[in-house]
Every structure is written in structure tokens, then in C-alpha cells.
Design a protein around this ligand. Structure first.
Ligand code: AMP
Ligand code: MG
Length: 404
């Protein structure tokens, strides 16, 4: 059976970059930048004060102390956005507020808490380093600097950075179009009546729809189809309309597991079926549309579905959008109690939680870990990775985690 890394490499090797489009910066949230963004100006664009206080000449205050303060004549006031212009000569100071331009002649700002003002005079009660509390023009960015690189995933911080650069519209990858289809005679959509004890409520459709949205894609809900080859085939034949087509259920070894046969008949070039992971072992991956379309047949158990999405589908969606940072993120922590499993053949991804305790990261796994128990994600923030061949992990051992 194929190891996880190999399966991931195969999937990623078929991810072609999507075309790009220009969108308003708020619509770029969660999407991938398709251009280098360059600053048009220095930042800050003028020297300004980092504190509320007094703009002074350092020569005047370099010996000031609490016991022998220096007195300076206050010749005016500069507020943020103020247009006044002053020249600070020896023996004078300008009252200044955070963000206000530094008046000519001044080279240092003394914070207000080290001063006392009386009748147009300010007493400076401390010396500071020359240049203290001044934000210098260009200290953050110079005109022409590349601020954000192509391939960056845009979070709210980047939206703010784009705004600060007056970049109103930005080039991003178009969203991958992803179809979601569940299979199973027993599976009912939300809101549908359940009138036989053998029927179950879907979670997979919605786990995947939400997962696709959170990975910057557009998800199309094709609903739930019965385990009926004709019906299934007619929906699967719409595959070419999408960049990615995902089914859940019907991909294992059961008699009604038609997905593999049908997609092969429809021209999907199957690259692998079964990966040495637990859960989600029977996952199927192939390409269509001359290698441009990606097909994922994910097993129906709700945890398998979520894990297959996190470990194989999401990296693919991000890579298609050109994201540099498309791989799952890992951490190490010490496990809080023994973990044991009987079958060590596959790599297992165990829902777990990590936190900071006594100066290091520790983790513990969720209760009720079977693959039909989606509530193992409640409160979880990572997968504990149990490698192939490992049966037992002892309390205190260092383990690898994948962040959710
Ligand atoms: P399958 O992969 O079709 O053999 O299904 C494996 C298990 O997942 C069965 O217990 C199914 O009832 C369950 N299952 C299938 N589809 C879904 C779904 N959309 N949501 C939740 N559970 C499902
Ligand atoms: Mg089924």
C-alpha cells in the first residue's frame, strides 16, 4: 500500500496553477496572491513621533535627571495630521502627539510622563538616547520594496497591509470550482425526514463544502445520490464542469461501492486507490480533463472524510491556487498519557489537543476515536501522528502533531 507522502506527492504533481483575476482587497481574504505587491512610497512617509510628549534637541536634554531637570520654552503644539510648522531652536520644545510630524530642528521626543509643564515651560526630567521615540521615514519600507510575494495566502493582516499601500484591487488566483457529492442509500440531507432506523444524517457534504470554502474554493453542492450505478453515472458525467470533483462513500470493497468502476468508465485516470493511512485508507485519486481535473473518491466515514480533506484535498486546493504554503503544518509536543493500538500497519491521525504547560507543549488525544465519531474533533486542535510500525507511545514521549 502506498505511504502518505507518496500519495501527497502524486496529488500535488497534478495541481496546475489556475488562471488569475483582479478583486477588491476584502474579496481577497482567504485567497492566494498572484502578483508581487510593491510599495509605491517610503513607510513611514515622514519622520513622526512614536509617543505623546515633547520634541526637543537632544543636546539640550542629554544631562536631564529627575533631580536636576532641564527647562525648555514650549513654542507650540503638533498634533497628528497637523500642518503647523515650527523650528525647534536650542532651549525650546514643541508639544507633540503620536503620529505628528517631527518639527524641524528637533531630533528626539521625550515622553510626556518624564516631563512637567508649567506656564509655557516644560521641565524634562530624564535624558534619553539621541533620536529616541522618532519613527523614521522609510524605516519600515522603502519605495520599490516587495512587501507581499506572489503565492501568499491573504489573511486579515495582509488585507490591512494592502490597504496601507493603497492597493485597492489585487491579482489573486481564481477560485477552484469544486463539486461535492455524497453516495449512499442510507444517507439523508439535513432537513429531510428520517423514517427508517437504518437511515443516517449526512455530515460529509457539509464538512467538505465548508472545507472547500475555507481553502479559498467555491464548492458546488450536488447533494446525495443513491447507490445506483445509473444515477451515480449520470451525475459523475458532469465532472468536466469542475476543477475538482469529490465524492464520499462507495469507494471501499462493498458490493455497492461503484465509484471506482464508474469513474474509470467515465475516463478518470486512477492514480491510486488505498493509502497506508488510518482512517481513510480506501481513498481514490485520479485525474480527468487531460490531467487538469482532480477526482477524489473519499470513504464515507465522517472522520475519514475530514482527514482525507485535510491531508490530501486541502493541500491540492491551495497548490492549484499557487499558494507557497500549501502543506499541513506540524509541531512537536510531549504526550500526557500512554497511547496504545493493536494494529500498527498504517500511519494513524488521531484527533488531539495540544496546549502550553510548564514551559513546554503537551498534548492529549480525544476520547471516542473511531472513524464514525466526528465528535472526536470537539475541542481538538491537531492530529497526533502515529507512525507506521508504532504500537505504543509512552507518557512523556515527544510526538509529531499536525495542526488543524
Ligand atoms: P461507505 O464509505 O460508503 O462504505 O460508508 C462508510 C460509512 O460512512 C457508513 O457507515 C456510511 O453510512 C457512512 N456515511 C456515508 N456517507 C456519509 C455521509 N455523507 N455523512 C455521514 N456518514 C456517511
Ligand atoms: Mg456507502
Amino acid at each position: 500500500m502506498m505511504p502518505y507522502e507518496e500519495a501527497l506527492d502524486i496529488v500535488l504533481s497534478f495541481c496546475q496553477n489556475l488562471s488569475t483575476e483582479k478583486v477588491f482587497i476584502l474579496d481577497a481574504l482567504g485567497r492566494v496572491l498572484a502578483e508581487d505587491v510593491v510599495s509605491q512610497e517610503d513607510k513611514p512617509s515622514f519622520d513622526n513621533s512614536a509617543m505623546d510628549g515633547y520634541a526637543v534637541r537632544w543636546e539640550d536634554i542629554k544631562t536631564a535627571t529627575d533631580r536636576s531637570p532641564v527647562s525648555l520654552k514650549v513654542i507650540g503644539e503638533m498634533s497628528a495630521g497637523g500642518e503647523e510648522s515650527f523650528v525647534v531652536e536650542r532651549g525650546t520644545a514643541v508639544k507633540i502627539f503620536t503620529g505628528a510630524p517631527i518639527p524641524e530642528g528637533a531630533d528626539t521626543v521625550v515622553p510626556v510622563e518624564y516631563t512637567e509643564a508649567k506656564n509655557g515651560v516644560v521641565f524634562i526630567k530624564t535624558s534619553l538616547k539621541e533620536g529616541a521615540n522618532i519613527r523614521r521615514r522609510g524605516e519600515e519600507l522603502k519605495a520599490g520594496d516587495v512587501v507581499l510575494k506572489k503565492g501568499t495566502i491573504i489573511r486579515h493582516y495582509e488585507v490591512g497591509i494592502l490597504a496601507s499601500l493603497n492597493k485597492i484591487n489585487v491579482e489573486v488566483s481564481r477560485k477552484p470550482r469544486v463539486a461535492i457529492l455524497s453516495t449512499g442509500d442510507e444517507v439523508k440531507d439535513i432537513g429531510e425526514p428520517i423514517n427508517k432506523p437504518s437511515q443516517i444524517r449526512t455530515s460529509n457534504n457539509y464538512t467538505l463544502l465548508a472545507g472547500v470554502f475555507s481553502a479559498g474554493g467555491t464548492a458546488y453542492h450536488l447533494g446525495i445520490v443513491q447507490d445506483d450505478p445509473e444515477k451515480l453515472k449520470s451525475i459523475l458525467s458532469q465532472m468536466e464542469d469542475y476543477d475538482v470533483f469529490i465524492t464520499t462513500g462507495g469507494v471501499s470493497m462493498g458490493e455497492k461501492d461503484y465509484v471506482k468502476t464508474l469513474v474509470s468508465e467515465l475516463g478518470v485516470d486512477v492514480k491510486f486507490h488505498k493509502v497506508r493511512i488510518k482512517p481513510a485508507k480506501p481513498i481514490l485519486f485520479g485525474t480527468y480533463n487531460g490531467g487538469k481535473g482532480l477526482f477524489f473518491g473519499i470513504p464515507g466515514n465522517p472522520v475519514s472524510c475530514a482527514i482525507a480533506f485535510d491531508l490530501l484535498v486541502k493541500p491540492a486546493l491551495l497548490k492549484m491556487q499557487g499558494a507557497k504554503d500549501h502543506l499541513p503544518k506540524t509541531l512537536k509536543a510531549r504526550i500526557k498519557r500512554d497511547f496504545y493500538r493493536r494494529d500498527a500497519e498504517r500511519r494513524e491521525f488521531v484527533r488531539a489537543t495540544y496546549w502550553w504547560e510548564g514551559g513546554s507543549l503537551v498534548c492529549d488525544f480525544s476520547p471516542k476515536l473511531q472513524s464514525h465519531m466526528l465528535t472526536s474533533y470537539v475541542g481538538a486542535n491537531c492530529y497526533l501522528v502515529v507512525k507506521e510500525g508504532v504500537k505504543e507511545i509512552k507518557e512523556g514521549e515527544e510526538v509529531e502533531l499536525i495542526l488543524l
